[in-house]
Design a protein around this ligand. Sequence first.
Ligand code: SAH
Length: 215
Amino acid sequence: MGAPDERVIQLVMRLRGEGVTDAKVLGAIERTPRDVFVPERFSDQAFENRPLPIDCGQTISQPLVVGMMTQLLQVDDRCKVLEIGTGSGYQAAILSKLARRVYTIERYRTLAKEAEERFARLRLTNVTPRIGDGTKGWPEQAPFDRVMVTAGAPVRPDTLLDQLKPGGIAVIPVDNDQGAQTLMRYVKTEGGELQETAMMAVRFVPLVDGEAKAL
Ligand code: SAH
């Protein structure tokens, strides 16, 4: 990989204009080739600020949402991060540039395998993918400094928040009572209490209980 694509520079400038101001986050986006994470038929749209379809009826998030969520998570290179909903692997790839280690869970085997190949191809050796039901978290690796969920939870996922360290931060889309989703940010105090703040309206595919039967 040589100089960043002109298209990614345009995208980064746009995201900055829309509120992603953290230079480290913008740098991580600039260094992550989104075209590697989208289906080939959409590669001409890979650097547009829009979500795109991926396999198994799922979506790769809009870059602005990836940028905002990453910024809200305040990741640094000491952080052990858990992501639920690997999908294409794009968000995990961005996190891997900022964190010490990223653990990511996907319920569809096809998506998990494709993402794993992309991590290898880009030499993102600090990402550990796994196929399974992310609603249970990753007890063997808990506790985590940061938790990000990239699917909409029907209610606050306490099992995942229990796997957050004191002082840790989680960013999770949760259904609200207007039939939509709110991006919630949780901070666990040193005493273990949760402080929650509603950040913005988002639209994610649902977080589904249980392992996927096929695919
Ligand atoms: N972060 C992804 C976008 C994810 S779309 C990216 O950057 O491309 C949400 C993903 O969450 C889908 O792939 C969906 O299959 C997955 N998902 C939904 N419920 C899940 C669960 N219980 N465990 C693991 N993954 C889940």
